[in-house]
Design a protein around this ligand. Structure first.
Ligand code: SF4
Length: 212
């Protein structure tokens, strides 16, 4: 089977398995996803979702957060780890949104990439989730799973994985596909235990099934 065909088959099966899979970070406005995705580095989405409640109670909009001292942001976001650098990035990012984009998140991949603390993974997440544009989010689950499945061969560097997937994933499927990889990676194709290949919906087409 070609990688393109394998990708389509996997996309179809994961759609059936996780029909409602979406972003696991809670947000109701674009700028909040920008904040959450920065906090999610080396932290669980569940913890981020709790911590941001306090943050938004105190700073309910872009202007309020842009005017906050980074030290005060840090006091709230510290439970997410890397508090100092995350607070510094969030502060700088909100200032740019306020001063350059009228408080809005730019619908432009390259502009997103220029924001403090925003890398390709985050910019793709914003493009896909906020703007419903084609996106490939190469987080740790995505990289592990697409290697195991045989969609890429031994590629671990996130940008290289992203570029390889762009060639075989229909653009309109990318964002949801990556969300479903997160669900599958947490529940079945796990990182810390042996993957549960026996119960996996991809067991007959996955490159790794049965291979130690
Ligand atoms: S068959 Fe096993 S290795 Fe392949 S995707 Fe399923 S759980 Fe992961």
């Amino acid at each position: 089977m070609t990688k393109e065909k394998l990708a389509l088959e996997i996309i179809g099966r994961l759609k059936e398995e996780y029909p409602d899979a979406g972003c696991t970070l809670d947000y109701d406005q674009a700028w909040k996803l920008l904040v959450s995705v920065r906090l999610a580095a080396q932290c669980t989405d569940a913890r981020v979702n709790v911590v941001v409640e306090d943050l938004y109670d105190k700073y309910p909009d872009v202007d309020a957060l842009a005017e906050a001292e980074a030290e005060d942001i840090e006091k709230i976001v510290r439970p997410c780890g890397l508090g100092k650098s995350k607070a510094r990035d969030i502060s700088a990012c909100m200032k740019i949104l306020k001063e350059k984009y009228g408080g809005k998140v730019p619908k432009d991949f390259d502009a997103l990439l220029k924001l403090p603390g925003v890398g390709r993974k985050s910019a793709n997440l914003i493009m896909g989730d906020v703007f419903q544009e084609p996106a490939i989010v190469t987080d740790t689950h995505c990289i592990r799973l697409v290697n195991r499945m045989g969609l890429v061969d031994g590629i671990k560097e996130p940008k290289k994985v992203e570029m390889a997937l762009w060639k075989i994933i229909p653009p309109e499927e990318g964002s949801d596909f990556c969300h479903r990889l997160v669900y599958h990676g947490r529940d079945v194709c796990t990182a810390r235990t042996k993957p549960y290949c026996d119960t996996c919906c991809l067991r007959d087409i996955c490159a790794k099934n049965g291979v130690e």
